[in-house]
Design a protein around this ligand. Structure first.
Ligand SMILES: [Zn+2]
Ligand SMILES: [Zn+2]
Length: 305
């Protein structure tokens, strides 16, 4: 009986958490208090994940402290701040095309559900290529390596992005939406769904997804993306939806269990400031790997599968 309940919970947790956030977002946007409801939903989601990670962890060793909570928090604050300032600058600085009704080509007569879906697909195209470029273009990888240097996945390191990485990603995601003439309500929806999915993709909860993984980015898919093996890690670039991974052949969802020994081969220092600096002094930092190997964070927790 207990086992059956556990299996049911592994299937319902993701839709229940995501669905509750969507309901709160809908109430917030229709009642004219989008940010109040978004913040409430986001805090509830974070605290629920924190509790469930302890009750039903995907990997128990990922509950142990990796000494990275200060850099995790620092990068989250810095990258959110930089991305938001950049979006405000783009919106009001030089591409003021967003409005209540949307641009002339935007299908504002469609039901909101389909407008949001279209907004997500358009934004995802930019997010997909920003993320894929960050893996395939060595210059951008220097920045994205900060995100992939973690040796455990949990909700707290969801926002661990070098601020340059975050700005590149938000630029490509938002610019396409702005060019398409998406109205404010769609921009709000896309801007709110993205952090919900982000929290969920990084969480350390034992869950099953079935067909959901073919549509949305789930923790199951994202754990493959954090694999040390390039042929597994250079896959599943989607941030919210998997549509572009499906179309461009980077969707990866094998039946076997994703790796728990995650990380990268490159050296990323442990301190926040050193991590912020590392992409700008990449060559010098990499040459330190032999000297600093015992302290190299990505070598701290080599866990046998
Ligand atoms: Zn990545
Ligand atoms: Zn990640």
């Amino acid at each position: 009986m207990r086992e059956r309940l556990r299996i049911v919970l592994t299937y319902v947790t993701w839709p229940a958490l995501f669905g509750s956030c969507l309901i709160l977002t809908h109430v917030g946007i229709t009642s004219g208090h989008p940010f109040l409801y978004f913040n409430f939903a986001y805090i509830c989601l974070g605290s629920s994940i924190f509790a469930i990670e302890r009750l039903m962890p995907f990997e128990r060793r990922w509950l142990e402290n990796d000494g990275q909570m200060v850099p995790d928090l620092g990068h989250t604050i810095l990258s959110k701040l930089a991305a938001q300032l950049w979006v405000v600058f783009m919106l009001y600085g030089f591409v003021h095309v967003s409005s209540k009704t949307g641009g002339v080509f935007w299908p504002s007569q469609w039901p909101m559900f389909f407008q949001v879906l279209m907004g997500l697909v358009i934004a995802e195209f930019g997010l997909y290529w920003a993320h894929r470029s960050a893996h395939e273009w060595p210059f951008l990888w220097r920045f994205h390596a900060v995100h992939h240097s973690v040796v455990r996945l949990w909700f707290f390191n969801t926002g661990r992005f070098h601020f340059v990485d975050a700005v590149v990603s938000v630029t490509l995601g938002q610019i396409l939406l702005l060019m398409a003439g998406a109205p404010e309500s769609v921009m709000l929806w896309v801007g709110m769904v993205t952090p919900y999915i982000g929290f969920l993709t990084h969480c350390n909860i034992e869950m099953r997804f079935g067909p959901i993984s073919y549509v949305f980015n789930t923790p199951g898919l994202h754990r493959w993306h954090h694999s040390r093996e390039k042929e597994e890690g250079n896959k599943n670039y989607g941030e919210n939806l998997m549509i572009w991974d499906q179309l461009f052949g980077t969707f990866f969802n094998p039946i076997r269990k994703p790796p728990v020994n995650i990380g990268i081969g490159d050296y990323v220092p442990q301190g926040l400031w050193a991590q912020i600096k590392s992409p700008f002094v990449w060559g010098r930092v990499q040459s330190k790997i032999s000297a600093d190997a015992p302290d190299a964070m990505n070598r701290l927790a080599i866990i046998d599968r």
